[in-house]
Design a protein around this ligand. Structure first.
Ligand code: GLN
Length: 335
């Protein structure tokens, strides 16, 4: 074989692996598009406007390749998926030890909006439920609300690779109806877990939830986590590598709310969902996965999103604890 033949053989294998993945994604999309289970969230009135048929799947590899099918350009608000990245920012700004005095890392087994704190420490249980996320957001540094918002936007821009904007209608919708979140924030102020700028913390939390993304953006963000904190498309560092472990651990144990245990058992990769219908999942060193489909199950996770992630994990052997399977081989397959 000449060098050119070798190169050509490699290129064909590469494109075969890649087209196999693309075909698999197309099949998944066809298989799960008819699924009619679940309900679009309406407790935030703006979210009720989502079309239940929207459905996108996107995978971004740590070497920067993008595979997508469906409504990958459809914009929607990031909602709870933002919690992962704001947790990262708070870790960078305050360090692990201080953050642990304000927010735990314990799964709750309760709904994402439960009004509960740890009875002894009075901390919210973890940064992935609303109480913990509001406490985390309240720690973001800056001399005024605009500076804090801008720090957050800068952070998200590094993960996504382009500018990102708050959807004002969703922000206002959350701000005027989010009474549970307000109740939790004031309870946490009572116990000294957040300082007196409660309304500013809530506004920033509602703004982070109202950031507009599409499914491809989410997959790039997930791939950045898979790629040790470096955005695989831009080459920019979004977060210090030393905190990736913290972020992924909390996603793994708490990211899917009161489905987190079953998710870890069935799918076996760190993930996070949001009430607008997005799910991100991270296969370290390999890929970032994102699925978007608004109808949710009772726990607030996208029905099609869960189904797609389960199928991907099973088909490619992505479960992190499955030593016999080929999650390490994922990129090899594409190469
Ligand atoms: N903004 C939403 C809320 O605070 C986020 C919840 C979610 O996505 N699970 O209720």
């Amino acid at each position: 074989m000449t060098a050119t033949d070798e190169w050509r053989a490699e290129a064909i294998a590469h494109s075969t692996g890649a087209s196999l993945l693309q075909t698999f994604l197309n099949d998944l999309h066809n298989r799960f598009q008819p699924l009619r289970d679940g309900k679009v969230a309406d407790y935030i009135p703006e979210l009720a406007k989502a079309d239940p048929n929207w459905f996108a799947i996107c995978i971004v590899t740590t070497d920067g390749r993008i595979f997508e099918v469906g409504d990958a350009d459809q914009l929607f608000t990031i909602q709870s998926i933002s919690k992962v990245f704001v947790h990262g920012l708070a870790l960078e700004e305050h360090g692990r030890d201080f953050l642990l005095t304000k927010v735990g890392v314990e799964p709750t087994g309760d709904a994402f909006n439960a009004i509960i704190l740890d009875e002894v420490s009075k901390r919210p249980y973890n940064p992935m439920v609303n109480a913990g996320a509001i406490a985390t957001t309240s720690l973001i540094k800056g001399s005024c609300p605009t500076e804090r918002l801008n720090r957050m936007l800068d952070m998200f821009r590094r993960y996504i690779g382009h500018d990102i904007f708050v959807d004002i209608a969703t922000f206002m919708s959350e701000r005027t109806t989010g009474l549970r979140n307000k109740a939790m924030a004031y309870l946490m102020q009572h116990f000294g877990m957040i300082d007196s700028r409660v309304d500013e913390a809530l506004d920033l939390y509602f703004q982070q939830c109202s950031l507009m993304v599409n499914c491809r953006d989410l997959a790039v963000m997930a791939a950045t986590l898979a790629n040790h904190g470096i955005n695989p498309l831009t080459g920019d560092r979004a977060i210090s590598e030393c905190y990736i472990r913290d972020i992924l651990s909390v996603m793994y144990t708490c990211g899917m709310y009161n489905y987190a245990g079953e998710w870890a058992y069935r799918v076996g990769i760190p993930a996070k969902s949001g009430v607008s219908g997005g799910i991100i999942a991270v296969v370290p060193n390999q890929i970032g996965i994102a699925v978007f489909s608004p109808p949710l199950d009772k726990r607030g996770n996208s029905v099609r999103g869960v189904a797609v992630c389960e199928a991907l994990s099973q088909h490619f052997g992505l479960h992190l604890l499955d030593s016999s399977m080929g999650c390490q081989k994922f990129l090899d397959m594409l190469n």
